[in-house]
Design a protein around this ligand. Sequence first.
Ligand code: ZN
Length: 334
Amino acid sequence: MAAVYNLLLSKSAFTQHVDARSEEPLASTHTGRMSVPSVPTAATDPVSPDRDQAALARLVAGGGVVVLTGAGLSTESGIPDYRGPDGTRRVTPMQYGEFVASGDARQRYWARSYIGWQRFTRAEPNRGHRAVAVLQRAGLAPAVVTQNVDGLHQAAGAVDVVELHGNLDQVVCLTCGDLTGRATLHERLAEANPGFVDLVLGVTPDGSRVTSQIRPDGDIVLDDTVARRFHLPRCLVCGADTLKPDVVFFGESVPKAKVERCFRLVDDATSLLVLGSSLAVMSGYRFVRRAARSGVPVAILTASASRGDPEATLRLHTPLGATLDRLLGDLGLS
Ligand SMILES: [Zn+2]
């Protein structure tokens, strides 16, 4: 049976680990430290995009901004979000428990991740990443926290980025803890799997038909019979077949020290600016709740509605790149 997986989301799927939809709704507290106009509901008082944009510029101009980013910021770089525009999940991510318990699951994961990595490494930062780096250099946004594992903030020039879910450029052995660079592992995967890319593309030595298919958006339909032909190298130190990208999978927790550091950043912030995260899971949403509880204004820029909208002082559901470009212009930072 063919399964639909998102290659690049064999990674960005990991960008969320706890689906906390059952969380109790939080009473909204919008007692901001700054004088930031709150946005009335569209039903009662439609607000012009210009007014929203001006409010955003005033908020950021105050400095002390903690930026929290999600998968939506990297979509312009060709890394698809794993949720569709309506917020529903488009792919079934690998669960940590399944990955740890099943050699077959690890084989399936690495088979599609091997294909996806080649595209992933070609991704470059987009204007959204560059805008964040500009705000940081201008001293307006000292802290950047991301749910993404693609390293594109750093590639754009941001520094001291807190990667809540780690970074795909490292691989860890779950048995002995040895760390390996992902590029190095990719070379080993390639050596162990000559012809696998052709197989995925449907080119088989014996002419048999396979259903694997790479889609233009980076998704892959990978027949399980193809995945089972994939050879996963073992750890070079201990020999176990338990290599895992050193990122937080669904079902794992963000390290506590990292969470605490982010809480302190939010506590000390003048405002929290969320870029491209639906906030559907607790790993990012908890920081919005923390800010709202302590009266730190929250601005959310997403292509569509986010879970944090009720806590937000300002919501812009607009294309991120263009909105951030305009923000830089408004701040004289273009
Ligand atoms: Zn090992």
